[in-house]
Write a protein that binds this ligand. Structure first.
Ligand SMILES: C[S@@+](CC[C@H](N)C(=O)[O-])C[C@H]1O[C@@H](n2cnc3c(N)ncnc32)[C@H](O)[C@@H]1O
Length: 249
């Protein structure tokens, strides 16, 4: 998977992507990253990348031209095969909200993801006419100062879906959202800390009992914190009964 990030702050992207699992994936050649700074394509002594908004109002708007030129510098092929595997994402609170299903689809269908990072009031809207394949993506209903963190969220979440990036894929499959539920709670050594013991079943060595306990914890957590997720989950009669018991309490 190739990620191309268009950002005024390449160091933020590079620093994160050299670290931990994403860093290892890059070293192993499982992902490739290029970061392009639109300021390198800005005109004038001051290399201006923003200007005041037409129509007045506060804040600045990122200029089309340096962004367009940064994008053109990628020299992307127009071939149908490449185009169909390329996704161009413009980070924005106004975009479709990213979720695990969207991430998994990106990881499955795309081989190249281009990410635009906005700043200030955002990017001149004409960029979407210049590059009509652009899709706006939001990481949640809140506003950040720039698109670097959202771009990194895409890179990180998509990377860990790629074969070989996370060593044990079974751990990814039991993570929250992968199968529609929230994850169960995790514990590690010591078996008791400051008088708080680990649930006994986890020390029992009884794999079936552990698996049932984990499933129940997942369902109960989902019911408590994200009941909306349960609408698309098919529960067994026994699992539905767990929820009825919670309901009664
Ligand atoms: C201050 S924000 C612009 C907010 C914009 N004026 C609005 O109200 O929708 C600057 C940049 O940060 C990024 N950004 C901020 N919040 C975001 C979010 N929730 N999801 C994705 N990108 C976000 C986008 O790249 C955006 O262009």
């Amino acid at each position: 998977m190739r990620f191309s990030v268009i950002s005024l702050f390449p160091d933020i992207i590079q620093a994160y992507c050299q670290t931990s699992i994403v860093g290892r994936a890059q070293k192993a050649g499982l992902i490739q990253l290029d970061v392009i700074n639109p300021r390198d394509f800005a005109e004038g002594a001051h290399r201006k990348v923003d200007d005041s908004p037409y129509g007045g109002g506060s804040g600045m708007v990122m200029l089309c031209e340096p962004l367009d030129k940064a994008y053109q510098s990628l020299q992307l092929s127009d071939g149908e095969a490449e185009k169909s595997q390329r996704r161009i994402l413009l980070t924005s609170p106004t975009g479709r909200k990213m979720d695990q299903a969207y991430v998994q689809k990106l990881a499955k269908d795309a081989s190249h993801i281009v990410l635009f990072c906005g700043h200030y009031e955002g990017i001149d809207h004409r960029i979407q006419q210049l590059i009509p394949e652009t899709e706006e993506v939001s990481i949640g209903d809140f506003v950040l100062t720039g698109g670097e963190l959202p771009a990194l969220c895409v890179i990180d979440a998509v990377s860990r879906m790629l074969p070989g990036v996370v060593q044990k894929f079974t751990s990814v499959e039991s993570d929250s959202f992968y199968n529609g539920l929230l994850d169960y709670p995790h514990y590690t050594r010591p078996a008791e800390y400051k008088g708080i013991p680990v649930p006994e079943v986890l020390l029992s060595g009884n794999h079936e009992a552990i698996s049932t306990w984990r499933r129940r914890q997942s369902i109960e957590r989902t019911w408590r914190y994200r009941p909306d997720l349960l609408e698309s989950i098919k529960l067994t009669p026994e699992e539905s009964n767990w929820i009825h018991q919670l309901d009664r309490h």
